[in-house]
Design a protein around this ligand. Sequence first.
Ligand code: PMP
Length: 352
Amino acid sequence: MLEDIMRRHILTLESYTSARDEFSGEAEVYLDANENWKDFSSQGKNRYPDPHTIRLRRMIEKVLGFKVENTVIGNGSDELIDMLIRIFAEPGKDSILIERPTYGEYKVFAEINGVDVLDVPLTDDLDLDVEGIKRAIDEKRPKIIFICSPNNPTGQSYDIEKIKAIADYNPCLTVVDEAYADFDPSFISSYTLLRENERVAVLRTFSKYWALAGSRIGVLIASPLVIKAVNKIKAPYNVSLSAQEDGCDALERADERKAVLEEILSEKKRLEEELKRFSFVKRVYHSDANFILIKVDNADELYSYLMNHGIIVRNRSREPLLENSLRITVGSRRENEKLLEALSEREKGLIS
Ligand code: PMP
């Protein structure tokens, strides 16, 4: 039962009720929220936004298929990661499980919250160690298992059957972070597992494919009990009016994103081919996301070289299994061309 794995006091917590909770209908005069009556923006920004982000969640159901009763919106998915840890893991007592190398925030948020972090590293071919994870479940019973698919920074998606095997075995919550899923047209979301397993939750973000990193919109898709718990602990107005409108606008114009996706995918393919040609690039990893991980002869040196040419990539060499690795976001045609030009220059410098 989900209630049994949540922190006791969250279940009994009486949460804050905002003015918009107490009255959510239409009225002529609003004198209930101590807002300023004057709308300098002419866009209603003098008023608090909808704490339940209903319009955005309805649009998400319509366009992405995630049912309204299964969603809650966060101030980016980072906020949702933090809230999930706070709902399930008792500080000084419980743990979460991650599979490094992976997105760094699961560990940081756990540590901020005084929650232990168990790491079952990926296998040498950067896949999930299902048996290792099952052993850790038996031994330590982590409250949340975070699985990032497609994984950041490696770029590859995991087999949904492996995720299912872990989620079915795990008596606690399994959160699949699908921040980059929209870049893989053949991706099968773990949302499909939620129907049979209420302990599965999925994270999506508008920061990548939807090109709204600045608006801060993250989506948690989970069973209604988890959604209820998040609604209990979240700040009432965690998603701004502008963010809610930006999200709806993006979904209304989904075709435009699709067109850019085609460009990103063809540029990714081109970059993968081109990167392989450089003698200092030892390996180009398969990617289901909008970035490419490469192994090079000397990542620190190449990182500085690119920086000096005004090109910033991410040096992931300090991560386990990723010695001498750089993560490169697929940019526009022009940006990618600049990167390739700089790399070609370096290759020439090495040869001459
Ligand atoms: N999950 C993953 C895997 C990410 O890479 C990122 C951002 N880099 C996030 C979550 C956080 O995204 P948001 O902007 O929605 O907070």
